[in-house]
Design a protein around this ligand. Structure first.
Ligand code: PMP
Length: 352
């Protein structure tokens, strides 16, 4: 059978190590999983109720256009209308949908280390990924990224804040970068961790989307909304681009329960903000403990911290973290998701 040779160079998703794969036997106690930047909270009560309510309709296809969900998203972003919003089975699907609308062959410029899915998904759709190293402060190097743009560049992805470094760029810098990019290059702002950044100078990229023809931002319900298992993400995009995305999008990919849960969760901005505050308090505690233990770490604006310690250190107390080398960092670094208070106690117990 003649299959695409480009697929030979792409491994399947490289998942975090499982309990069975690590060297320390921690006995019968439950392991703590701090590998995938999930929130410890799970869905809000309102989202849980909405999910249950959809069961009676599970024999029917979901709303293809996700209209109530898109209306709720529009409501949360002043100036954005339903025509500016596309949804996906997680923001992962939305990222792929966006790459599908780009002309080929060509390349996508990305910061590195960043979300490894950019590389594999670009290749799958027939584009090359061009990696531009982060600067000395672990931030995306915008000058170097601009210099990397060529006539072959179809898109630039800015992961803001960046996974796995946890660093962010304020809106003024993003805006300057967007202005300097050629108009035929798509700027994708991946804002999966948007809700965890405190700086008022960070937020507001939806204005940039509305002012430009070539800027989109992607968001997810997998993080602060605690709905990773229900797979809902979206993009804010100029209408022309949103229209193209709907043409490549797999119909009905966002299931009924996910749509209902995400809509209900958006209806509780106070509870969501409180979760974010709780996570940040725990993040401070974890970072302070790293500091006291003399560990190097990258001050984080997300729900994870990149720290100069091997995963094996944390396995002593039964905590699984993501090994840095799987994410483009050197051996001896780990990405630690901020868990709930008890989970973080276990994590910090390893430093004693
Ligand atoms: N972007 C970034 C930077 C991520 O870290 C992740 C998930 N870890 C995603 C996008 C995708 O998340 P989801 O598909 O669950 O929305």
């Amino acid at each position: 059978m003649k299959t695409r040779s480009v697929l030979e160079g792409i491994g399947p998703y490289n998942p975090p190590r499982l309990r069975e794969e690590i060297s320390v036997d921690y006995g019968s106690e439950e392991y703590v999983k701090l590998t995938m930047n999930e929130l410890s909270f799970g869905p809000l009560p309102e989202a849980r109720a909405a999910i249950i309510e959809t069961l009676s309709r599970a024999g029917r296809y979901p709303d293809r256009d996700a209209t109530p969900l898109r209306e709720a998203i529009a409501h949360a972003h002043p100036g954005i209308s339903v025509g500016n919003i596309v949804v996906g089975n997680g923001s992962s699907e939305t990222l792929v949908d966006l790459m599908q609308i780009l002309d080929r062959p060509g390349e996508v410029v990305i910061p590195w280390p960043s979300f490894p899915f950019y590389v594999s998904s670009a290749r799958v759709v027939g584009l090359d990924a061009k990696k531009v190293p982060l600067d000395d402060h672990h931030r995306a190097d915008l000058d170097a990224m601009l210099a990397a743009v060529t006539r072959e560049t179809r898109a630039v992805i800015l992961c803001n804040p960046n996974n796995p470094s946890g660093t962010y760029l304020p809106l003024s810098e993003v805006r300057r970068f967007a202005d300097a990019l050629p108009e035929d290059v798509l700027l994708i702002l991946d804002e999966a961790y948007y809700e965890f950044v405190d700086d008022p100078l960070y937020s507001g990229s939806h204005d940039l989307v509305l002012e430009s023809d070539n800027v989109v931002s992607t968001r997810t319900f997998s993080k602060v909304h605690g709905l990773a298992g229900f797979r809902v993400g979206y993009a804010l995009a100029p209408e022309r681009l949103a229209d193209l995305v709907w043409r490549v999008h797999v119909p009905f990919s966002v299931n009924q329960a996910g749509q209902a849960a995400a809509t209900a969760s958006l209806g509780q901005p106070g509870a969501i903000a409180e979760r974010s505050r709780q996570m940040k308090r725990e993040r401070e505690r974890v970072q302070d403990a790293f500091e006291t233990a003399g560990l190097e770490y990258v001050p984080s604006h997300t729900n994870f911290v990149m720290v100069g310690a091997k995963p094996q250190l944390f396995e002593k107390t039964g905590v699984l973290v993501r090994e840095g080398e799987a994410l483009g960092y050197p051996v001896g670094w780990s990405r630690v998701t901020i868990g709930g208070p008890e989970e973080n106690d276990r994590l910090l117990g390893a430093l004693a």
